[in-house]
Design a protein around this ligand. Structure first.
Ligand code: PRP
Length: 215
């Protein structure tokens, strides 16, 4: 039997996913120790778990370096990769929003050449172009996006809002909601053909657990 490899988005999603893998009988103990190791093996179940940067999870899965991935819908929408999205895990819930100063609420379409800063320029461009029919000036950032409107780099940002704390502490507001987000389980297309039974067994168990948690 070959190893099945699971790519986990480093951080909170990986921790929650590990809890589920543990509860379905996988050995994730090594991973829970806070080390800098990036690859862990469960010999008994012939599983490998790799910790990767969230935005790289779809890449590992699409190329088949991982059979399964656990990643946020934001990353999937932004990366637009060719893979199967199998389960909405129901955790990591948050929203993709257009945010900025409260004074801009309801006025975005009136601003010519609206300057938009985001880590998610794909999602943001599609939203303004396809849903709003508005031409905008897109600025790519890699983090601390809330700074952009505060220092005049942009008028607004498109970013993830979970509790709203970051916006509040920086005097910004949600102006529009782009979409709801949560963690997803994704599968490589070839792996699904070659290892269908083992993968579907994991998918079914995840589905069952996630439904129970939602109840
Ligand atoms: C995300 C997002 C916001 C924050 C929202 O940042 O970009 O900054 O979380 O969460 P809140 O509504 O609960 O305050 P992340 O921690 O992923 O870091 P980043 O600066 O790299 O985007």
């Amino acid at each position: 039997m070959r190893y099945l490899t699971v790519a986990l988005a480093k951080g909170r999603l990986a921790e929650l996913a590990m809890d589920i893998f543990s509860s379905i009988g996988m050995d994730c103990e090594q991973m829970k120790e806070k080390t800098r190791k990036l690859i862990f093996t469960d010999e008994k179940n012939k599983m490998k778990f790799i910790l990767v940067k969230a935005s790289d999870v779809p890449t590992y899965v699409e190329h088949g370096a991982a059979d399964i991935g656990i990643v946020g819908k934001d990353t999937l929408l932004e990366e637009g990769r060719n893979l199967y999205e199998m389960v909405d895990l129901g955790f990591g819930k948050c929203r993709m929003c257009v945010c900025g100063p409260t004074a801009l609420k309801g006025r975005l379409d009136k601003i010519k050449e609206l300057k938009v800063a985001s880590k998610y320029t794909g999602i943001a461009s599609r939203y303004f172009r396809d849903e709003k029919g508005q031409t905008v000036d897109m600025i790519k950032l890699h983090g601390s996006v809330e700074l952009a409107p505060l220092v005049g780099l942009s008028d607004v940002i498109v970013d993830i809002v979970e509790t709203g704390k970051t916006l509040k502490e920086n005097g910004l507001d949600v102006l529009e909601t782009v979409c709801d987000l949560s963690a997803r389980l994704v599968v490589n297309k070839v792996s699904m053909k070659m290892e269908r039974d083992r993968i579907m067994n994991i998918v079914d168990k995840f589905q069952r657990i996630c439904k129970e948690v939602e109840k």
